[in-house]
Write a protein that binds this ligand. Structure first.
Ligand code: GDP
Length: 393
């Protein structure tokens, strides 16, 4: 599936950069165009893969290239005001060659949090291609204002996109790591999951796996209907050496052993699907009640066990209670891994979102109280008790 990606804000830009790196490394052909938008000049300069001409600095007259300092209302205002500059960069995209737009941002900050719903709304008004969002929730240790920003942006973003794919930093943060190093690893996890998902729809039909290869329309149909999505992933290393070997699934490689071991290979694939769906999702949630799902099994064609995949798909139907569970292959000839990616679209039972909203409301009340008391408190501080001092003028 070919995407026009727009990275908004620092997180959006860095994840976009990672997608470009992934695309180059895997030759997956998913990023047809990449535009990074920011109010902070330094963040745009820090990118490695986004072409210079596709880096758009907005809000220069308001914030002089220094960013909006986690003020997402200002981020949204600036995005509205400077939408023509963003459109200017999008004009260079051959939109007839893309299957969808993907707007990426961290929802806890200012520029991306405020700007990404604005650009999504704009794109939906102008183009007929679907517009998806990839929104990153902040870690719970980031503090009240980030949580409040994320909760407000989440509400707005979901409304403006055809589907919001969510990644929760809180579920993925590792203790004892520098924030930067931590984000690098997290961003790698993000692009691996979404790279396989979108890359699956990019495989040419043909050859001996033609009928079961995922088509981009299956991704689009799974995401259609809107709402919030989460992605699960599990992988196993295989010995992809044609001379045979001792990898986990290697005895499935052919000959008599294929017959002998097909039952265990089927089980391995099904258990990989279970691991993907029940393991750590990009947004942790209850999978029961999911409206639609897509199961992608990626790896060398000889390891893509049809029966295992079908069983995995049926299992997913039972677990989600959805009758709309699609499945397909993503043959990757030279890979040393078999991976299962599960896209759960239209998830409704997400305790993390409810928790985020509660903390956000608390933070909002707290900010309001402090603001209300602020003038009085300042007066108490500045004025002397007996009112004996006089200001100069
Ligand atoms: P903006 O530039 O004003 O849009 O704000 P940032 O993108 O710097 O930060 C917004 C939020 O995104 C932060 O609160 C973090 O939760 C998250 N974030 C920042 N950088 C990264 C990153 O590289 N990767 C991920 N996954 N999250 C990030």
């Amino acid at each position: 599936m070919k995407l026009a990606m727009i990275g908004f804000g620092q997180a959006g830009g860095k994840i976009l950069d990672k997608f470009l790196e992934y695309d180059e490394r895997h030759d997956s052909g998913i990023v047809r165009a990449a535009v990074a938008v920011n109010t902070a000049k330094a963040d745009l300069m820090g990118l490695d893969h986004v072409p210079q001409e596709n880096r758009v600095l907005i809000g220069q007259s308001r914030v002089k290239g220094h960013g909006v300092g986690a003020d997402n209302e200002l981020g949204a205002e600036i995005a509205e005001e400077d939408i023509d500059e963003v459109q200017g960069a999008i004009d260079s995209i051959p939109v007839h060659e893309v299957d969808a737009f993907l707007v990426i941002s961290g929802l806890g900050g200012g520029t991306g949090s405020g700007g990404s719903p604005v650009i999504a709304k704009h794109l939906k008004r102008i183009y007929t291609e679907p517009v998806y969002g990839l929104g990153v929730l902040p870690g719970s240790d980031e503090g009240g204002i980030y949580t409040l920003n994320a909760a407000r942006s989440f509400q707005t973003f979901v409304r403006e996109v055809d589907n919001l794919l969510v990644f929760d930093n809180d579920a993925w943060r590792k203790s004892g790591e520098s924030v930067q190093g931590g984000y690098d690893e997290i961003n790698e996890e993000i692009v691996t999951r979404f790279g396989i998902l979108f890359g699956a729809g990019e495989v040419e039909q043909g050859g001996d796996v033609a009928e079961s290869v995922v088509d981009s329309s299956e991704i689009i149909n799974t995401l259609a209907g809107g709402g919030v999505s989460t992605v699960g992933y599990a992988s196993e290393t295989v010995d992809n050496d044609t001379s045979g070997g001792s990898g986990l699934l290697s005895r499935f490689t052919g000959g008599d052993e294929q017959m002998e071991d097909s039952a265990s290979t089927t089980n391995r694939i099904t258990s990989l699907v279970r691991k993907a769906a029940l393991g750590r999702l990009t947004l942790p949630c209850e999978i029961e009640g999911t409206e639609r799902a897509l199961l992608v099994t990626a790896g060398p064609a000889k390891y893509l066990n049809r029966k295992g995949i079908e069983r995995g798909r049926k299992w997913l139907e039972e677990q989600t209670g959805s009758m709309e569970v699609r499945g397909g292959d993503y043959p990757v000839p030279n890979s040393q891994q078999v991976a299962s990616v599960v896209l759960l679209s239209g998830v409704n039972n997400v305790p993390r979102i409810k928790e985020l909203q509660e903390v956000a409301i608390e933070a909002q009340d707290n900010i309001d109280d402090i603001r209300d008391e602020s003038e009085e408190n300042l007066q108490d501080l500045v004025e002397d008790d007996e009112d004996e001092l006089e200001p100069l003028f």
